[in-house]
Design a protein around this ligand. Structure first.
Ligand code: MG
Ligand code: ZN
Length: 390
């Protein structure tokens, strides 16, 4: 603080005398460049001018400030640890690494609903054929318990079909639901019902959806409906009150709008789905994906990452409220991989500001966190492969 005062005073003195200010011999780092820029230093001294220019030009796009914090739900932890769970909800934040979560924690002034949880693990995400996984192999590992090649959906390294969780749960009399902010043919959701060697083969994925054990889904992309209308009845969320028919609920015609535009549409839809499920006697398995944390990582959009993570946290709050009411639901919250090598460069906890930095536009191989709640959640502590989630 004392040194900052001196630097600010000398910059002011130069400016008052009508002179530009240049600081000689300062550290030549990103943090220094952005601090000096914010303090009104007129020339930044650097031996890396191209890197410094690229860094400063993207500074505004890498900053995010949350004006009004979201509310944090405090779970009750009064479920019976010695029983087996009746329902299972697997929540996947696509591309949701520890920095993605941390940035939303800082933006929300230090706390989120997800950070209330106590059973935590770290998950190794490599696929069969690559140190760095894609979403297809990442979700297949959790849906089937097998490592496969990148791009493969529900098939093994030789292209053979693998039995997935919805098929297993259907045999046990469960209702199966798939919920995503992506298209239902996205790599993450389709790994839970389809068997194709190439994730872009949406036609084959929709055919597999028709043949699958999925009772309902909620996703973007009503434009996909024509290929599944013989099997699924399309409903508005307000008409979704029973499971007499297989049901399709769409959040949008094509891709879903960003969280900053769509408001609380996703957590509110999830809340209504859970009300319907809770009115049934059957146990249920739900896979809920927050797909757009990854998409905003690929485009290096810091605001998009934080806003989608906050939307995911609101959805987590709705899920935990239901888990607290019925006391018999295991909730597992994780990711398939990290996207973009996202890091928190600087920020301000009181103002809910963060400055993000990006290493790449692709996925990275870093371990990702897993949070769990409810009966059986203590089994998820430790460090393990993504196949163990299955
Ligand atoms: Mg995905
Ligand atoms: Zn991705």
């Amino acid at each position: 603080a004392t040194e900052l005062e001196k630097v600010e005073a000398v910059i002011k003195k130069a400016h008052d005398a009508g002179k530009p200010f240049r600081f000689w011999g300062a550290p030549d780092t990103k943090t220094t460049w952005s601090r000096f820029a914010a303090m009104g230093v007129d020339f930044i001294n650097t031996d890396k001018p191209a890197e410094a220019a690229a860094y400063l030009e993207t500074l505004d796009a890498r900053k995010f400030e949350l004006k009004s914090p979201i509310s944090v739900y405090k779970p009750k932890f009064d479920f019976d640890k010695n029983t087996r769970p009746k329902n299972i909800i697997l929540m996947i934040g696509d591309g949701n690494g520890l920095s993605q979560i941390s940035s939303a924690v800082f933006a929300n002034r230090g706390e989120l609903t997800i950070t209330q949880l106590k059973n935590i693990g770290l998950v190794k995400t490599s696929s069969f054929d690559d140190l760095v996984t894609d979403s297809a192999a990442g979700a297949t590992a959790m849906a089937t318990g097998e490592k496969t090649n990148n791009r493969a959906i529900g098939t093994d390294k030789n292209g053979q079909d693998l039995k997935n969780l919805t098929e297993i749960f259907a045999e046990k009399g469960y209702l199966n639901g798939i919920i995503t902010t992506d298209f239902v043919t996205g790599a993450t959701p389709s790994s839970f019902f389809a068997h194709v060697v190439e994730r872009d083969d949406s036609e084959a994925i929709l055919e597999d959806l028709n043949k699958s054990k999925v009772d309902f889904f909620l996703s973007a992309g009503a434009s996909d409906y024509a290929k599944i209308e013989k099997e699924f009845v399309q409903k508005d969320i307000s008409e979704f009150n029973d499971f007499e028919n297989r049901t399709a609920i769409f959040l949008s015609e094509s891709g879903l709008a960003d969280a900053s535009v769509r408001g609380d549409q996703f957590p509110e839809h999830v809340k209504k789905v859970l009300q319907n499920l809770e009115s049934q006697d059957k146990p249920y398995f739900l896979m809920i994906e927050a797909a757009k944390i990854d998409k905003n990582g690929h485009t290096n959009n810091a605001s998009g990452i934080v806003e989608e993570m906050l939307d995911f946290d609101k959805t987590i709050a709705e899920v935990l409220k239901v888990a607290d009411q019925n006391k018999n639901t295991l909730v597992v919250i994780t990711a398939d991989h990290e996207t973009s090598g996202f890091a928190i460069m600087q920020g301000d906890l009181e103002k809910g500001q963060i400055e993000g930095g990006f290493l790449t536009h692709d996925h990275t191989g870093t371990m990702i966190p897993l949070f769990s709640y409810g009966p059986g959640s203590e089994l998820f502590n430790g460090v393990y492969e993504n196949t163990e989630v299955f």
